[in-house]
Design a protein. Structure first.
Length: 220
């Protein structure tokens, strides 16, 4: 059963849970309102009228493209990001030892989006900031039921729920993994951002965490 990181209990030591090496998978899963409406329309529960209502609702909703990423600061001071934007998918067996498996553009992918972190190289990491943002679609996270789960090779799980989203917030710093007294500590952040016109959301988040990263416009 996953350990849920909450406001009351926001941090956990990976080492104290026996997670000191191997791979840890970070999964982002969410429910697209349009995908739910489409399933209801196909199911046709409640008769023809309910099916027509569900079909009409589905036609008015947009798919939500929610992206998972990781900003990384290394022990030697270097830094990079792993994300779908700019095709910066990373690699597990070489620098940056973090990789994104896919870009789920609708929320319909059963496996969601997954980042894999190679803890065999954890001594190289200083900070890993997990974040998510809406690339396209809904204006904020409300109603998406977004959940991030970190699962080790041994099966230990840690969960962060992206709840309490304020209106119009379309980006979230999920969790900060940092080296502390020789071990990696996972800390729940769930810090919401509502960038206006100007710097991109990655720039706003990296500035808030003083990661010293420089950004250029990108597409996917």
């Amino acid at each position: 059963m996953a350990v849920v990181l909450t406001k009351a209990s926001p941090t956990v030591s990976l080492a104290k849970h026996g997670v000191a090496s191997g791979l840890i998978r970070v999964n982002l899963n969410w429910t697209s309102p349009r995908a739910v409406a489409q399933r209801e329309a196909r199911a046709g529960r409640g008769g023809l009228f309910r099916k027509m209502q569900a079909s009409l609702r589905a036609s008015t909703l947009k798919d939500v493209d929610l992206d998972l990423g990781c900003m990384i600061r290394f022990s030697d001071g270097s830094k990079t990001v792993v994300q779908a934007l700019g095709d910066a998918f990373g690699a597990v067996d070489r620098f940056p030892y973090v990789a994104l498996d896919a870009d789920d553009r609708t929320g319909a992918r059963a496996a969601g989006e997954n980042l894999v972190i190679n803890l065999d190289h954890q001594a190289d990491f200083s900070k890993l900031l997990l974040f998510a943002y809406i690339y396209d679609g809904s204006g904020d996270f409300r109603g998406l039921d977004a959940v991030v789960t970190l699962t080790s090779d041994q099966g230990q799980g840690f969960e962060v729920r992206l709840d309490d989203c304020p209106p119009c917030a379309h980006a979230c710093a999920i969790a900060l993994i940092k080296r502390q007294k020789g071990e990696l500590i996972v800390g729940r952040e769930v810090r919401w951002f509502t960038p206006q016109d100007g710097p991109g959301v990655q720039d706003v988040i990296s500035r808030a965490y003083r990661l010293g990263m420089k950004w250029t416009p990108g597409r996917k």
